[in-house]
Design a protein around this ligand. Structure first.
Ligand SMILES: C[S@@+](CC[C@H](N)C(=O)[O-])C[C@H]1O[C@@H](n2cnc3c(N)ncnc32)[C@H](O)[C@@H]1O
Length: 375
């Protein structure tokens, strides 16, 4: 085992940089969660398709991190209340470390946030968010949940701004995961605004779906249901008014947008993430000046992907905007596509432009292929 000094009081972190490119685990995230009102450090181990969670006792934390840096990963960024500690293991097995002051917030009572930032009133407790570890039972936002809390509030605000005259809505959250967004939408529309709203969450993961259904049942949220399933295989129906996606990985966003378009859904709010598809396709001999830098290639591919998606929506008669919904510090995946169906005409010029772009970059794009390519 490597000789590394891991500080006490870690509240979150990320461990990455696989030692062996064939190993199963891609990265490990550390987060503080609430279990029976006790803050516990939870380790989330990401493989290609799944995430495995494990809660660590405080005396296990440093040993487990040292083990991960010895056996599986080369980099770690660990946050305590006051500092950020970075570690890098060199190819010769030397440990390089560095410590800097943290700009992290401490547990934030809602009442300490500026009211204008949030659509939900200061201090308002959303009970399901306590079960999900975002709020404490006395209405404070937990440190671990702060970024997510900001995202879902902003998301809610943007939706609320867009649907002023609606009284009834059927909403699907594709790739709902732990369903922070799904629960806050339900709470706001059904419990606070007393609107006639039904919400469905869909995700691949059975355990999160079961947990979300338990929470919905616990609070008597009869119009909120969660189902396990693949977005790609979603059985369409014509009663859906809105789809939302928040960080649905890679082409999962395309399948969600595809269903929205083919079901003629009026409102689409989608925050994409992990746009790997084009990143993998871009031929590195083209655009050499961009492609030789991994991060530029990744961002460039993400921009191409979302430009194609936004323009396809416009082609289908959606008034479409791409906006930063939270700042980059909160999440680097911070672009939201808002699309509202305003007409049924198809703008062929846009389609030609999309096709020219696909041709120019010699790429395929899932949403385009689903809609326009007949196998
Ligand atoms: C990064 S998480 C985001 C979860 C949640 N929307 C949030 O913001 O907290 C992405 C979720 O999408 C789900 N997902 C990815 N591909 C999917 C697919 N094809 N069908 C259903 N769910 C999918 C994953 O299981 C995961 O829970």
């Amino acid at each position: 085992m490597l000789d590394i000094n891991i500080p006490d009081g870690i509240i979150k972190g990320i461990i990455s940089g696989k030692k062996d490119k064939n190993q199963k685990n891609e990265k490990v995230k550390l987060d503080t969660i609430l279990i029976k009102n006790e803050e516990v450090l939870q380790l989330a181990c990401y493989t290609d398709k799944q995430v495995f969670h494990k809660n660590l006792k405080s005396e296990e934390v440093s040993l487990e991190i040292i083990r991960l840096l010895t056996e599986e990963f080369n980099n770690a960024e660990l946050y305590t209340k006051d500092y950020i500690y970075s570690y890098r293991i060199t190819s010769k097995g030397k440990v390089l470390s560095n410590k800097r002051k943290s700009k992290e917030v401490s547990l934030v009572p809602l009442s300490h946030n500026k009211k204008k930032n949030y659509i939900l009133e200061d201090g308002l407790l959303v009970p399901a968010l306590v079960d999900l570890g975002i709020q404490t039972p006395d209405g404070k936002v937990t440190k671990a949940g702060y970024d997510k809390f900001k995202q879902i509030n902003r998301f809610l605000e943007i939706i609320d701004d867009s649907i002023k005259d609606e009284k009834e809505l059927n909403i699907i959250d594709f790739g709902c995961g732990k369903s922070y967004l799904t629960f806050i939408l339900y709470y706001y529309f059904v419990e606070i605004k007393k609107m006639n709203v039904n919400i469905t969450g869909l995700d691949l993961k059975e355990d999160v779906i079961d947990h979300c259904n338990e929470i919905a049942e616990k609070y008597g949220y009869t119009r909120l249901k969660f189902y396990k399933g693949d977005i790609a295989k979603y059985k369409e129906n014509n009663d859906i008014d809105m789809i939302v996606t928040l960080h649905a990985c890679d082409t999962a966003t395309d399948y969600a947008l595809y269903h929205a378009i083919t079901m003629n859904v009026k409102y689409i709010f989608s925050v994409p993430c992990c746009q790997h598809e084009i990143n993998l396709e871009l031929d590195s001999s083209n655009f050499h000046l961009i492609n030789k830098y991994g991060i530029l290639k990744e961002r460039f591919s993400a921009i191409l992907t979302d430009a194609i998606r936004a323009n396809i929506l416009q082609y289908y008669g959606y008034k479409t905007q791409v906006m930063e919904f939270v700042d980059f510090e909160n999440s680097p995946k911070n672009l939201l596509i808002r699309a509202v169906k305003t007409n049924n005409s198809k703008n062929e010029k846009i389609k030609e432009e999309i096709e020219a772009l696909l041709e120019e970059y010699k790429i395929k794009q899932t949403l385009y292929s689903l809609l326009f390519t007949k196998e």
